[in-house]
Design a protein around this ligand. Structure first.
Ligand code: PPS
Length: 567
């Protein structure tokens, strides 16, 4: 076992010869395709960033980590790091004693020498990790959505690191980063964690922290799994790179951390601190609501604003890392400088810009003031988030069979093509079921899968600046919300509830399906013996008994214009 205090807490990678031999042997063992989170965990286990861990945790260590934030042997480690397996893989792995771990392309990256497989209870894990099971928390939602039945732990034998396609030169192992600091003669290093683009306030905070600690800066942004809706890593890294020269020649190093965040607040802050210590940092900036998960389903914060800071301060001697509390800085227009609130003038109060306001300005193309973001950073954000007029969008129609979804979608498509000259993709329910989802039936599971596929295609079209119109029944609220979340991350989303009443749909019955459903010939028919969850979040509701298709299309166009997607 590698010592917790070892400055070169090491890598779990085998030599080339050993790796080749393990690879050959692994052909006979069951294998597991790593999830996105597991792939991040594996990379950081293999390169020593998760030292003192030497593999995925077994049951006893997991329990101890959840209840004490320590491994069974007493060493500090707050985060359960496990493999999630399905039933079949779990029993095959148990029988073989080994499990080959593959990336999404099927490459074997490591072998797990199994110590234990045990049943996975997502609710227990959420309770143990966070003390609640609130699905508004993104990691709880992920745990509850997991199809795993078992967890597995054991010792890792590393064959190769996960491939880093994004900026490979900016990825370092702890040993590499420590060597770099040594080479530079840096003794004190203050690490800065972020999952956001860095604006001027962030820059000033890190500079102030470095000055007060007499340290150099390690910009250590997380580029693995962060909060849904975050600015994509590829965009953020460009911002960090542009900012770097402002620290001077030898002032800061940028290194990317492919970590899968759990958004576990104080517990996560402790974890981040241990990881930063492993990478050679001596100081760590912890601010308000570090690794905060957003608001609970009751609209309340999950943690107190300074809980994370206080928890890490409690353990900082044991970790060997000094906490630098993040100072709130405000822009003082009179001095054209960022100052602590107590030193700033009254005028600074009107110089604040929220994330929502920034997004609004990007959407409308309005100015991003220089006091807020350096021009080089603003330029990158502008390119990544063009004004709405240049963005793609999806109009998603939902409603009962024969409610008029397809007719409305066709009418809107014609108007869009004529008025804008732009190309439009129509993902109509029946067309999708012929081309994308021909093997699916109408169970809840199959309907959700059908909507997930439609959502995926629509989000890709939107991301590339195109226009997608979708017209499935989409009877379930959760599935529709998932599509909205995916699409809105990079463009516009308009939900249109085609709210024609069941009675009218049944009267129309153009395919004779309602008659068959009433006669019991077609089973599980939406509105008859299968549910339809009417949306509460639709931007527009259109009852086609009361309005002609062209007029309805006009209403949607008007909405798109008001929102800025059309001129
Ligand atoms: S879903 O729920 O969104 O996946 O449904 P969708 O892909 O839009 O497919 C709906 C069309 O399939 C026909 N059909 C049924 N609809 C609902 N329930 C059952 N059991 C069913 N069986 C077949 C029906 O013609 C729907 O087409 P539209 O255009 O909505 O009338």
């Amino acid at each position: 076992m590698i010592s917790n205090d070892s400055p070169r807490a090491g890598s779990l990678l085998l030599s080339a010869e050993e790796a080749a031999s393990w690879l050959t042997r692994s052909r006979n063992w069951p294998s597991h395709r790593l999830s996105e989170v597991e792939l991040c965990d594996l990379g950081l286990l293999l390169n020593g960033a998760f030292s003192p861990l030497t593999g995925f945790l077994d049951r006893e260590d997991t329990q101890s980590v959840l209840s004490e934030m320590r491994l069974e042997d007493g060493r500090l480690w707050p985060m359960p790091i496990n493999l999630e397996l399905d039933e079949k893989t779990a029993s095959a792995a148990e029988a073989a004693g080994f499990l080959a771990l593959r990336d999404v392309e099927g490459t074997v990256l490591a072998v797990l020498e199994l110590s234990e497989v045990w049943p996975f209870d997502a609710k227990d894990m959420a309770e143990g990790l966070l003390g609640h099971c609130d699905e508004a928390h993104p990691f709880v939602a992920r745990l509850l959505a997991s199809e795993a039945t078992h967890l597995a732990g054991g010792k890792l034998h590393g064959l190769q690191m996960p491939r880093r396609y994004l900026y490979p030169q900016l990825h370092h192992s702890p040993a590499q980063l420590r060597a770099l600091f040594e080479e530079k003669g840096w003794k004190k290093i203050v690490a800065f964690q972020t999952r956001n683009p860095m604006h001027r306030a962030h820059f000033e905070i890190t500079k102030l922290a470095a000055e007060s600690a007499g340290a150099k800066v390690l910009l250590h942004p997380v580029v693995g799994v962060t909060r849904p809706g975050d600015v994509p890593a590829v965009v953020r890294v460009r911002c960090y790179e542009e900012l770097l020269p402002r620290y001077g020649d030898n002032g800061a190093v940028l290194s990317l951390l492919p970590l899968a965040m759990r958004m576990a607040g104080p517990r996560e802050a402790l974890w981040h601190s241990l990881i930063r210590r492993n990478f050679g940092a001596t100081h760590f900036i912890i601010g308000r609501d570090h690794a905060g998960p957003g608001l609970s389903s009751q609209g309340k914060p999950f943690h107190g604003p300074y809980d994370a800071q206080h928890l890490v301060e409690k353990y900082s001697d044991e970790i060997g890392l000094t906490v630098v509390p993040l100072q709130m800085l405000v822009y003082d227009p009179e001095k054209d400088a960022y100052l602590t609130q107590d030193r700033a003038s009254e005028a600074s109060k009107s110089y604040q810009l929220s994330g929502t306001e920034l997004r609004r300005r990007l959407n409308t193309g309005e100015e991003i003031p220089e006091w807020f973001s350096f021009p080089e950073v603003a330029k990158i954000l502008r390119r990544a988030y063009p004004p709405r007029l240049q963005q793609g969008f999806t109009v998603f129609f939902t409603g009962l069979s024969a409610s008029g979804k397809s007719t409305l979608a066709q009418a809107l498509m014609a108007r869009l093509q004529i008025d804008t000259g732009r190309d439009v993709t129509l993902l109509d329910g029946d067309v999708v079921r012929t081309n994308l989802s021909s093997e699916l039936g109408f169970s809840k599971e199959h309907r959700d899968l059908n909507i997930t596929r439609i959502g995926y295609v629509a989000s890709e079209i939107t991301r590339h600046g195109g226009i997608a119109l979708c017209a499935p029944i989409a009877p379930y609220d959760r599935a529709r919300k998932d599509v909205r979340e995916k699409v809105e991350a990079r463009g516009g989303f308009v939900l249109v509830h085609v709210s024609t009443p069941l009675q009218e749909c049944e009267r129309r019955d153009p395919k004779g399906l309602y008659a068959k459903a009433r006669a019991g010939i077609v089973k599980g028919f939406t509105g008859i013996d299968d549910p339809y969850e009417a949306p509460q979040d639709a931007e527009l509701a259109i009852d086609t008994t009361a309005i002609e298709p062209d007029e309805a299309a006009g209403r949607i166009l008007e909405h798109l214009r008001t929102e800025g997607y059309l001129s």
